[in-house]
Design a protein around this ligand. Structure first.
Ligand code: ADP
Ligand code: ZN
Ligand code: ZN
Length: 816
């Protein structure tokens, strides 16, 4: 009797046992996929985990339906890494597998398939079954795999679906978790109506009275004859010396057509690789220290101020690794940042660079997966967000974790709730590879590890090219209110500086960490503020659409004319968001171009890219935005950064709020003055003596670290204590309360005063689910494994209580 243990992509058990015959047992290897029946009628794709002839389990095992691979698509190291992840983050291997594999690898009876519109299928290569499915898809926009079963009149259709996918005939529909629009580049071409020579000549004849437009067209012809790749609009504008308005006129006339391409999918076109830059003295020293530190330690932290040239150090380290025949993983906290880096790395390493992230289509992800698995030349350097650490690396030599302090490395939902940086360190360790963490404002955790000898620590203290750090000024708005020096939300100082920058034709970025017009509306007669019906939070006023909206669940309603509680028409808006700043600016600077960058203005497909392009092309004078504007973007002509209100950041109820404020304010400040001219940063606050603001203003990371570390020690938080958060959710308040108290009580037997809560978070109800949290603090000397074992045991007893069966329990290890 032979059996295999199979990992299924579901959150139930670690693995499920199926029976196989002798031939199958000898053919199969861990890491191959099999299609297996599950429950009454479901079919899942699972991963072979173990092959054995141990005693069969007590239940009758089913046999597998089909073997889907001829060789493993998952390596042994990956399986080890995923075991660690399931274990450390307290979830099932199946949940890790589901997060790790492109969904096309996990076809199941619930999968929905669609016709791939990017390719045209050649029907002559189809089997009868494939033909039938293809035909059905021509008539219907999408099919459930269960529909495919009835079309083919049999149960197992996973392999037909798989071959159709491999032939590029179908795509797999995916769930979308995050809102992100990749950076798109804008290109221009002659409209198709004018591509014939005759039409073109006529067109040019009519343009004699529009010499500027004609010049643009002539430049376009010249460029097209010189280069094969499409013409970027930025390039055309520069070369022809035209204004953006001229280009727009040509587009409006229908002479030019614009089209967009996702920047990171544009294949590398360059001929030869550029030599990598020679490092300056400070960089050389730092590089040498890095090398030395890697002799002794596997992990190093590079603490270098913004624009100090950290990336060039990564490049140098990457080059060394490639020469040693090893693969490199370069992780970034956000997809939006990957696009900036790609062209930079491609300049040096050409087509050895691949990109991988969750916003790629399944086809693209499968392609990269296969290239990495086969260790292809074009998969030597992988740039990606956190999910790229799931790739089947062959021989990883170096992992770079850029902006290692960013909270977005942590996955919130669904499980596995892993931290990209920490999981990368474990991955590197399994490969015997080095990890290089880099940041201008390291996380307390990493800095602590570096100071205590766990990581190497290397500094880069000056900006490259002697560019000065921006000058930071704190502006006391309380005092200015008293002296009547405020115009709306702008202090006299802020206006002075804006005026000066605009007079010199420089650009300004203003940061306000809240979107919408005002965070809440209040009745001045009775004090009641309109609340979301689904969440315990006030609705935010959006002036543009005259709506009240919930930022937690998306609920919206028309702005009220009168108070719902007392009926009086004395509604007043409180607080302010990006939209209100934009409105005020338009009144203050009617001749200037004002733009806004936040979740509301970047929803459209190309909206984000267009805003960035406009800023780069100096078509925007002042950009107002949420923390989207803080991300590592590099704009040469921005000399002034204004923070409209630092206090909401500082007062956020979270133990990391101060650390986070420091990082965010330093990061936004880093946008100012990245060239010769020294940049200026103004921070408006009611609390200019706040220690964090003082530390930001003199760029004192060390002092910030010292004080924050003291607080963390005193209040028993990381890096001194580990924490595990357990969240309870239920539609019924009483049940949620009872369940969380029961759980906390059981934990207190073992962990005593180190169990906090249950406590309702600031927003205690979201989407009609009541929430409470229990936090466990774990001293360094307490075994983490034993702690988790106790939690798991309590959870098992909890699940046995019938009354609690509807309550959702979410365990988050090292929560953020
Ligand atoms: P960081 O990653 O620390 O923010 P970057 O690596 O982006 O800094 O460097 C800032 C700027 O300085 C970039 O425009 C980069 O091209 C330039 N730069 C850095 N190092 C060098 C070097 N050795 N030679 C030439 N230019 C450099
Ligand atoms: Zn009222
Ligand atoms: Zn809501």
């Amino acid at each position: 009797m032979y059996f295999i243990d199979v990992i299924l992509p579901i959150p139930l058990k670690q693995s499920f046992t199926y029976s196989v015959n002798k031939d199958e047992a000898f053919f199969l290897q861990p890491g191959m996929r099999v299609a297996v029946p599950f429950g009454k009628s479901k079919i899942y794709t699972g991963i072979v985990y173990k092959i054995h002839s141990n005693d069969p389990p007590s239940y009758e095992t089913k046999s597998i339906d089909q073997i889907l691979d001829e060789a493993p698509i998952i390596t042994q190291i990956q399986l080890k890494h995923w075991e660690w992840m399931a274990n450390y983050y307290m979830c099932t291997l199946g949940e890790v597998v589901k997060a790790a594999l492109p969904s096309a690898y996990l076809l199941e009876s619930e999968t929905i398939i669609k016709l791939n519109t990017e390719t045209t299928a050649s029907e002559s290569t189809f089997t009868d079954d494939e033909f039938l499915v293809h035909e059905a898809l021509m008539n219907q926009s999408s099919l459930h795999i269960n529909d495919v079963r009835s079309i083919l009149d049999r149960k197992n259709v996973v392999s037909v679906t798989k071959t159709l996918f491999e032939k590029g005939v179908i795509t797999i529909e995916e769930e979308v978790f995050e809102q992100y629009t990749p950076k798109m580049k804008r290109y221009l071409k002659i409209a198709s109506a004018y591509t014939s020579e005759e039409n073109l000549r006529q067109l040019l004849d009519t343009m004699n009275r529009a010499p500027k437009q004609k010049e643009v067209l002539m430049t376009l012809f010249m460029l097209s004859s010189q280069q094969k790749k499409p013409i970027e609009s930025v390039q055309l504008q520069k070369q022809s010396g035209a204004t953006a308005a001229t280009l727009k006129a040509l587009i409006d006339k229908g002479v030019l057509e614009e089209f967009f391409q996702q920047q990171d999918r544009v294949r590398y076109q360059g001929e030869e690789n550029n030599p990598i830059k020679s490092l300056n003295k400070a960089q050389q020293d730092a590089f040498q220290q890095l090398q030395n530190s890697f002799e002794e330690k596997d992990i190093s932290l590079l603490h270098g101020v913004t624009s100090s040239g950290k990336t060039e150090l990564y490049v140098k380290s990457i080059k060394a690794m490639l020469e040693a025949g090893k693969q490199v993983l370069y992780m970034l906290p956000e997809i939006a940042l990957t696009t900036q880096l790609i062209s930079r790395l491609q300049n040096y390493f050409g087509e050895q660079v691949s990109v991988y992230h969750s916003k790629y289509s399944v086809n693209e992800r499968v392609e990269v997966w296969n290239n990495v698995l086969a260790n292809k030349p074009k998969a030597q350097i992988i740039i990606g967000a956190r999910s790229s650490l799931f790739l089947p690396f062959h021989s990883l030599g170096l992992v770079v974790v850029d902006e290692e302090h960013e909270p977005s490395f942590k996955q919130f939902n669904p499980a596995p709730r892993y931290h990209g940086r920490d999981a990368a360190i474990v991955l590197a360790n399994l490969h015997g590879a080095k990890t290089l963490l880099g940041s201008a404002t390291p996380s307390l955790e990493s800095y602590y590890n570096a100071l205590h000898g766990k990581y190497g620590l290397v500094f880069l203290k000056e900006r490259f090219g002697n560019v000065m750090m921006p000058e930071i000024e704190l502006v006391d708005v309380k005092e200015r209110h008293k002296k009547r020096l405020m115009t709306g939300h702008f202090s006299d100082r802020m206006l002075e500086e804006i005026n000066e920058a605009l007079a010199l034709e420089e650009q300004v970025i203003l940061f306000q960490n809240r979107r919408g017009f005002s965070p809440f509306v209040e009745c001045t007669t009775c004090g009641v503020a309109p609340q979301c019906p689904n969440c315990d939070v006030s609705l935010t006023y959006h002036q543009h659409k005259n709506q009240l909206r919930c930022h937690y669940c998306g609920y919206k309603m028309h702005m009220l004319v009168s108070c719902m509680a007392c009926g009086s028409e004395t509604l007043d808006t409180k607080g302010f968001g990006t939209e209100q700043i934009e409105t005020e600016l338009k009144v203050l600077y009617p001749d200037k171009t004002i733009a806004r960058m936040d979740q509301d203005t970047t929803k459209g497909k190309h909206a984000y890219a267009k805003l960035i392009e406009k800023l780069e092309n100096r078509e925007i004078d002042i950009l107002v935005g949420t923390q989207m504007v803080a991300k590592g973007l590099d704009f040469r002509n921005v000399t002034l950064v204004g923070v409209m209100n630092a206090d909401t950041l500082l007062n956020f109820p979270d133990f990391r709020a101060h650390e986070r404020s420091f990082q965010l304010l330093q990061q936004v400040s880093g946008r100012a003055g990245r060239t010769k001219k020294r940049g200026k940063v103004l921070i408006q606050t009611y609390n200019p003596l706040h220690q964090i603001l003082q530390q930001v203003s003199v760029n004192d990371f060390e002092e910030m670290y010292k004080q924050q570390a003291e607080d963390r020690y005193q209040f028993k938080y990381p890096p001194y204590f580990r924490t595990i958060k357990i969240t309870f959710r239920d539609r019924n308040f009483g049940k949620m309360q009872k369940a969380s108290s029961w759980f906390a009580q059981a934990l207190k037997i073992s962990f005593k005063e180190h169990v906090l809560g249950p406590e309702q978070p600031p927003v205690g109800r979201v989407r009609n689910q009541f929430i409470s949290n229990v936090l466990i603090k774990i001293p360094k000397q307490q075994s983490l494994a034993k702690t988790k074992a106790v939690i798991a045991k309590v959870q098992r007893s909890f699940l046995a209580v019938k009354e609690f069966s509807s309550v959702r329990v979410i365990i988050d290890v090292d929560p953020y």
